[in-house]
Design a protein around this ligand. Sequence first.
Ligand code: C2E
Ligand code: MG
Ligand code: MG
Ligand code: MG
Length: 283
Amino acid sequence: QAKRFGGDRIEPFRPAFRAVGSDRLQLESDLRRALERREIHMAYQPIVRLEDNSIAGFEALMRWDHPRRGSIPPSEFIPIAESSGLIVQLGLFAMQRAAEDLVTWQRNLGASPLFVSVNISSGQLIRQDLIDDVRSVLLQTQIDPASLKLELTESLMMENPERSNYVLSSIRAMGVGVSLDDFGTGYSSLSYLTSFPFDMIKIDRSFLKADQPQKVTLLRSMISMAHDLGLSVVTEGIENESDALQLRQMGCEYAQSFMFSPPLTLDVATKLLREQFQQSKAS
Ligand code: C2E
Ligand code: MG
Ligand code: MG
Ligand code: MG
């Protein structure tokens, strides 16, 4: 029986709606002020080691608490942030906040080898110098560069492969990790893994669906291919214990899914880490 973390889902249920036309314009203008009004915060979802279910790190996930509409999911506001260019500011906020929170955790909990992983959008990779942003966050927070990871998707890399490769190589050269997110959903050509300097892949949760044909074969070959290339593997969206066991036997290092923990507030994440730290001292 795997250990589960937390229980407090932080998003209330809300019916799906898609912002169109003037509604979208209104949201864009609201988003423009959201940072200064402190409506944006980061949630942290544990990434656990499959060998013992301990927390290895967190993915930082952006949340927007809209004063009238309530919580708006990133699937709705990130596209608006991208098309309006606001993603540059928001993305820098995410990276800064995640790095600052990592400092707090490490200060409270000793120098445990914990990482935070931050999502990067195309606007950040193309319109702004991401390299400078990463460098200044490292300087400001003095975190170990290896404890910061950036997550990028294949479609993002495809928009401008040369630029992406240059930026990612520079970031890797600083010691920061780079993960290929949602692996398997795009073109997934092997050349992405070999020609870009990734050090981790995150297998998309669509592969974990029960009705996914040849699920086990696909997972096994993705994992062994990644390992052959020297990449570590996170499997997203594991739904049951038997898949967790199987993935562990396949040598998959990490898992991230609701089964282990939903995204948590900073406070709940800190509490979990403290418990884990105290347990490890006691044993
Ligand atoms: P992602 O980077 O692939 O993040 C993982 C998403 O899967 C998160 O959704 C997480 O809550 C969800 N998830 C985790 N475990 C499970 C599971 O077991 N089952 C299911 N059904 N879902 C699971 P979230 O937080 O709604 O984020 C959605 C997407 O929005 C992210 O996908 C990412 O592409 C984007 N996003 C979120 N925060 C940021 C950010 O700070 N910057 C940028 N650029 N994009 C972000
Ligand atoms: Mg991600
Ligand atoms: Mg993902
Ligand atoms: Mg995704």
